[in-house]
Write a protein that binds this ligand. Structure first.
Ligand code: KIV
Length: 268
C-alpha cells in the first residue's frame, strides 16, 4: 500500500477533483512515520499536539520551534512518500517576518507544507508564505493554540453568525493563497458547505463525513488518547486489529470507503 510516487499538493488536488477521500495522520518519530507511510496514509502531520501526547502538557502552547524541528527531522527520516505537513507552533508566526523565518526552517528540515491556525488574520501570512513557494494549510474551527480565548474544546460554528464568519474567512484564506484548509470540531453541515465552496482540499477532524480528507492524532487511532474520555469523533481502530499496521490500514480503508467518520462521529 505504500506510495508509488511522493504525495504532493497536486496529488491532493487530484483527490479533490476525483472525489476520492485522502488520509492524514500525525506522527512525531521515525518508526511510526515509516509504518504510517507504508500503510498508504497520504499526509503525515508533525503536529504541535506533540505537546500533549509526547510531552504531557495540557495544551499545545508550550511547544517550541526547536522541538517541532526535532520531531519533524525524525519523521522525515522514516517517511516513505507521504506528504509531510509541519505545524507552526504557538507565536511562531505572530508577525510576517517571524512566520517567514520559521516556515523557512521547517521547509529546510524537510516539510512539504506548513500549517497555521486562525481566521482572517492569517490571510496575510498565508499570502506571504505562498508567494514564496511554501504551501500553507489554514487550520480553522477549534484552534488549539487559542484555547484560552475559546474557553475550552468546544464545537465552533454552531450559531449562524459564527457560521457565516467561518465561511467568509475560509473563502478569504483560499483567495490569499492557502493550499489546504483544515476544519476542526465544526458541525458536519458547515464543513460540507465549505468543502463544496472551496477549490482547495479540505481536511476534517470532528468535521463530519463530507470533507475531502480526514485526519486523526495517531494516539487516538491506537486507543491510547491522553484524554480521559475521547471526543465523539475519535474511533479506536486498535479494537478490532491485531497490530498497529492493521489498525492504520483499517483507518485508510474506512476513510477511502466512506465508513469513517460516520454520523455517530459527527457534530450537529
Ligand atoms: O497538532 C495536531 O495534531 C493537529 C491536529 C489535531 C489536526 O493540529
Amino acid at each position: 500500500m505504500s506510495h508509488k510516487k511522493p504525495v504532493t499538493i497536486t496529488t491532493l488536488n487530484k483527490f479533490k477533483e476525483s472525489s476520492e477521500k485522502f488520509t492524514c495522520l500525525t506522527a512525531y518519530e521515525s518508526t511510526m512515520a515509516s509504518v504510517i507511510s507504508q500503510s498508504g496514509v497520504d499526509v503525515i502531520l508533525v503536529g504541535d499536539s506533540l505537546g500533549m501526547v509526547i510531552q504531557g502538557h495540557d495544551s499545545t502552547l508550550p511547544v517550541t520551534m526547536d522541538q517541532l524541528i526535532y520531531h519533524l527531522e525524525c519523521v522525515v527520516n522514516g517517511n516513505e512518500g507521504s506528504h509531510i505537513m509541519a505545524d507552526m507552533p504557538f507565536m511562531s508566526y505572530a508577525t510576517d517576518d517571524l512566520g517567514l523565518e520559521n516556515a523557512k526552517k521547517l521547509m529546510q528540515a524537510g516539510a512539504n507544507s506548513v500549517k497555521i491556525e486562525g481566521g482572517e488574520w492569517i490571510s496575510k501570512m498565508a499570502q506571504v508564505l505562498s508567494d514564496r513557494g511554501i504551501p500553507v494549510c489554514a487550520h480553522m474551527g477549534l484552534t488549539p493554540q487559542t484555547i484560552n480565548r475559546l474557553g475550552g474544546h468546544n464545537v465552533q460554528g454552531r450559531d449562524p453568525s459564527q457560521k457565516e464568519k467561518i465561511i467568509t474567512e475560509a473563502l478569504a484564506l483560499e483567495k490569499a493563497g492557502a493550499s489546504m484548509l483544515l476544519l476542526e470540531c465544526v458541525p458536519g453541515d458547515l464543513a460540507q458547505h465549505i468543502t463544496k465552496e472551496l477549490n482547495i482540499p479540505v481536511i476534517g477532524i470532528g468535521a463530519g463525513v463530507h470533507t475531502d480528507g480526514q485526519i486523526m492524532v495517531i494516539h487516538d487511532l491506537l486507543g491510547i488518547s491522553c484524554l480521559k474520555k475521547p471526543p465523539k469523533f475519535v474511533k479506536n481502530f486498535m479494537k478490532d486489529s491485531s497490530s498497529i499496521q492493521d489498525a492504520i490500514k483499517k483507518y485508510v480503508m474506512d476513510v477511502k470507503s466512506h465508513k469513517y467518520p460516520s454520523k455517530e462521529h459527527t457534530f450537529n
